[in-house]
Ligand binder design. Structure first.
Ligand code: NAD
Ligand code: UD1
Length: 338
């Protein structure tokens, strides 16, 4: 198939473009590079031995989208493009709603106009909000507690309404848990701008000397070691989950939703200690107060993705941290060589 990947130069997008090329698909990437570099696609081409077509364009630019669909006969879309920092979304809700919601509406309207009605969408575990018991199951009522999460929830609603109104749509809503790690080659990986918000990129920058120490947000949770539990998933497993979801929806119309996680919780300190093993020495940290809005623990019920897609995670926590470290060590400043 020919797949249009929005946000394909980003962290999860670049790994998924590689998985698609390796599975024999053709790929067209649309990205405005607001949080990524085209260098990721050059490296994907090197790894795959073939290249994706790259179009630098913003989903807010309707004529540009129209021209992409006019020039390429696309079979399906994987939609990663969006802004994703929770804290920033609280400060700048209009920017988040505009970019994520309007960008998605423009994309869906261009798809509809060109008779492309298969889409795999990047949702998030954050849609489960604060009220659900763990593990999270797809049929639970969702309700996010921050503007970023609400854009994910609202896009899920838009796609659900679309699937109900027109049975020609094939929709996969993928709720990612905590993506970490990098391709084992160490050539592509996560390249956060500024101070990383997420745990593993922060630990990686401590390990490479860009940050002094890890601040562990909360040591008094009701968990085995007092630190919070999350369901970490290797980005290569996550990328494979997209290929599996795409194959599934290709022949099945309707709206489908799957958690992509391992089904296991790992603590902040377990993650740190695994990273230390990869690096070969201890890393400095300090236990501080809890981060506002954080939950003590959550993980996926991952059984639906296994039953429907035949997909489950294959990689261990140690593989996640080893691969993340290889990427960070080989690229201390990410894709920016200076
Ligand atoms: P990323 O920032 O690396 O990738 C997103 C890409 O979208 C970037 O390359 C950015 O330049 C592009 N983009 C943003 N707005 C755009 C626009 N208007 N037009 C064109 N391109 C635009 O993030 P990621 O970690 O790869 O996440 C990919 C998707 O998965 C996002 O939708 C994110 O919300 C979702 N997600 C990520 C995580 C995570 O922890 N990384 C967890 C759950 C869900
Ligand atoms: C964050 C996002 C969530 C997103 C998810 C997936 C917030 C509030 N939530 O959740 O919307 O879906 O990422 O990527 O940003 N931690 C530290 N020190 C740090 C950084 C993190 O102790 O410097 C702790 C956190 O308190 C948390 C755990 O590490 O307990 C994981 O944090 P993080 O990587 O930010 O992921 P989430 O909090 O799950």
């Amino acid at each position: 198939m020919k797949i249009l990947v929005t946000g394909g130069t980003g962290y999860i997008g670049s790994h998924t473009v590689l998985a698609l090329l390796e599975s024999g698909h053709e790929v067209v990437v649309v990205d405005n590079l607001v949080n990524s570099s085209e260098e990721s696609l050059r490296r994907v081409a090197e790894l795959a031995g073939k290249a994706a077509v790259f179009v630098e364009a913003d989903l807010l630019d309707e004529p540009a989208l129209e021209s992409v669909f006019g020039q390429h006969s696309v079979d399906a879309v994987i939609h990663f493009a969006g802004l994703k920092a929770v804290g920033e979304s609280v400060q700048q809700p209009l920017a988040y709603y505009h970019n994520n919601i309007v960008g998605t509406l423009n994309l869906l309207r261009a798809m509809d106009a060109h008779d492309v009605r298969s889409i795999v969408f990047s949702s998030s575990a954050t849609v489960y909000g604060e009220h659900n018991p763990i593990p999270y199951i797809e049929k639970m009522e969702i309700g996010a507690n921050n503007p970023y999460g609400r854009t994910k929830e609202q896009i899920e609603d838009i796609l659900t309404d679309l699937g109900a109104a027109d049975t020609r749509w094939h929709v996969a809503l993928l709720r990612y848990f905590n993506p970490v790690g990098a391709h084992p080659s160490g050539r592509i990986g996560e390249d956060p701008q500024g101070i990383p918000n997420n745990l593993v990129p922060f630990i990686a920058q401590v390990a490479v000397g860009r940050r002094e120490k890890l601040m562990v947000f909360g040591g008094d949770y009701d968990t085995p070691d007092g630190t919070a539990l999350r369901d970490y998933i290797h980005v290569v497993d996550l990328a494979d989950g997209h290929v599996a979801a795409l194959d599934y929806v290709a022949t099945r119309p309707g709206v489908h939703r799957w958690n992509l996680g391992s089904g296991r919780g790992t603590s902040v300190l377990e993650m740190l200690h695994s990273f230390e093993k990869a690096v070969g020495h201890a890393l400095p940290y300090e236990i501080t107060s809890r981060r506002p809005g954080d939950l003590p623990a959550f993980w996926a019920d991952a059984s639906s993705a296994l039953a429907d897609l035949g997909w489950s995670t294959t990689k261990t926590i140690d593989q996640m941290t080893e691969d993340h470290w290889r990427w960070q060590k080989n690229n201390p400043n990410g894709y920016n060589a200076s």
